[in-house]
Write a protein of this length. Structure first.
Length: 169
């Protein structure tokens, strides 16, 4: 396993670098526009993918990448310009072609939860531009991280769907 993958195999979620909100991402409501939550979640996933050996060099040299197939974001608390952000990522499940992740966006110094994102990513053979299996060495790292993350405390919100609240009698 590459030296960089060691941090991802701890029995805790992967922790992204601390990110800053960019001024142009603030909307007329004075908070982070919904689209940029996805940008920040995606940057955190890119950091984890690097540790798994699936960064830009992987695409260039091995012609593999991932595409997001599904995404469910929950916006729980406003985040504003100047708020430092850290994203925690759990690799929940994986098979030979798919990765199921859950991310939490937290205020990096105060720790409160701003948003969550649950995703299904597909491994792509970029030569054919079709879904294809992970190479054995990458699959081995994915299995190790998934196993480590399965031992970590699971966050609230995994598997939620979009629906109107039920009316109680």
């Amino acid at each position: 396993m590459p030296e960089t993958a060691a941090a991802a195999t701890k029995v805790e979620p992967f922790r992204s670098s601390i990110m800053q909100i960019e001024p142009q991402w603030i909307d007329y409501n004075g908070h982070l526009n919904m689209a940029y939550y996805n940008v920040m979640f995606d940057r955190a996933i890119d950091e984890l993918w690097l540790e798994l050996g699936m960064g830009p060099a992987y695409k260039k040299e091995r012609h593999g990448s991932t595409f997001t197939a599904e995404c469910h974001v929950r916006y729980l608390r406003e985040i504003h310009l100047g708020d430092p952000v850290r994203i925690l990522v759990w690799l929940l499940e994986a098979d030979d072609k798919r990765l199921h992740t859950f991310e939490e966006m937290r205020h990096a110094t105060e720790g409160w939860l701003s948003a969550t994102s649950e995703n299904m990513s597909l491994h792509m053979d970029m030569t054919a531009r079709r879904v294809g299996p992970f190479p054995p060495d990458v699959q081995e790292r994915i299995v190790a991280v998934t196993k480590a993350h399965s031992a970590a405390t699971r966050p609230e919100g995994i598997g939620r769907n979009v629906a109107m609240p039920s009316k109680r009698a």
